[in-house]
Design a protein around this ligand. Structure first.
Ligand code: G4P
Length: 292
């Protein structure tokens, strides 16, 4: 998680993905349900050309349920197979095997025509850092975690986990690089803790999060910190700082003298958000699906 992503890292990650992709039939792509587009790397489309794909809306337990369904519908509309999951608790994982069969039915049919029966589908898990790849592999593979051992043609280090007779999983996930070019996407990734906080300073990051919450979830801030938006017009980042100071006041974050410790309040807010103490929140919405 503390990787500093720079072009060298991205090139390395891309090369590793290209190598792994040669070995598999199916990519299980994890995205964060709170920001499904920002947490997705568009290069997966070219990297995964010709491979079957499943999108997992992971951390669905942390995202607004109304939008989980809207996002699932959106990805289905784009021709993807989608499952909402909570890799930590295991919710949703049972559906995956059936979806794998569906996503790979062309390959299975091709094999059958060639007289190859019961060759397992080989899959790789991929996603940006912190999206839940390792947690997913551990939960999904569970006790089936017995590895099948190295096989000819498999790069040393890559092991296959046999999940059942029709599915094998590469034990090493494919790491995709986060989207930095798009500033808003980068900010959302910082909110959810998927890239280093120091993309912005913590107070600015918190003020930006407040701007977002004031627009889409104002009640959550009112409820948790007892602040009222009634006489406030939060239009830009300066409004975010005003609220941050109110949070500092509400939480007794004080510096020596009478100044408020907004740096401490920023850490507190980001922590409350990331631990779902502000409730389940989705940071971006499928086109035309945003509810008022
Ligand atoms: P990665 O391999 O893609 O980098 O991600 P990893 O599995 O390490 O998961 C990153 C963090 O996200 C972990 O929390 C993990 O428990 C959490 N996580 C993964 N999937 C889910 C999910 O569906 N729901 C929720 N709520 N959390 C999830 P951590 O705090 O870094 O570690 P830990 O304290 O859980 O060990």
């Amino acid at each position: 998680m503390n990787i500093q992503w720079y072009p060298g890292h991205m090139t390395k990650a891309k090369r590793a993905m290209e190598e792994s992709i040669k070995l598999i039939d199916l990519i299980i792509e994890l995205v964060d349900a709170r920001a499904p587009l920002s947490s997705r790397n568009p290069d997966i489309d070219s990297l995964g050309r010709g491979k079957a794909r499943i999108v997992l809306l992971n951390k669905a337990d942390m995202a607004d349920e109304r939008y989980n369904d809207a996002w699932a519908a959106y990805f289905k509309g784009q021709g993807c197979h989608v499952v909402k999951v909570n890799a930590r608790s295991g919710a949703g994982l049972k559906q995956i095997s059936a979806v794998v069969q569906e996503a790979c039915k062309e390959k299975i049919e091709r094999d059958r025509k060639r007289g190859i029966l019961n060759r397992p589908v080989r899959a790789m898990v991929a996603g940006i850092p912190n999206v839940g790849k390792s947690t997913f592999i551990n939960s999904f593979a569970g006790k089936a975690c017995a590895k099948t051992g190295n096989k000819p043609g498999v790069t040393k280090g890559n092991q296959w986990i046999r999940l059942n007779k029709s599915l094998e999983l590469l034990d090493t996930p494919g790491i995709l690089w986060p989207k930095f070019e798009d500033k808003t996407a980068g900010m959302k990734l910082a909110f959810i803790g998927s890239i280093n906080d120091n993309i912005l300073n913590t107070e600015e990051l918190a003020a930006q999060l407040i701007l977002f919450l004031a627009q889409d979830y104002p009640g959550r801030l009112e409820e948790r910190y007892g602040i009222s938006f009634e006489d406030l017009d939060i239009k830009d980042i300066s409004g975010g700082y005003v609220i941050l100071e109110k949070i500092a006041k509400a939480r007794g974050c004080l510096l020596k003298g009478s100044a408020y410790d907004t740096a401490k309040a920023a850490v507190l807010l980001l922590d409350d958000f990331r631990s779902c103490r502000l409730g389940r929140i989705t940071l971006e919405f499928p086109p035309d699906k945003k509810e008022d």
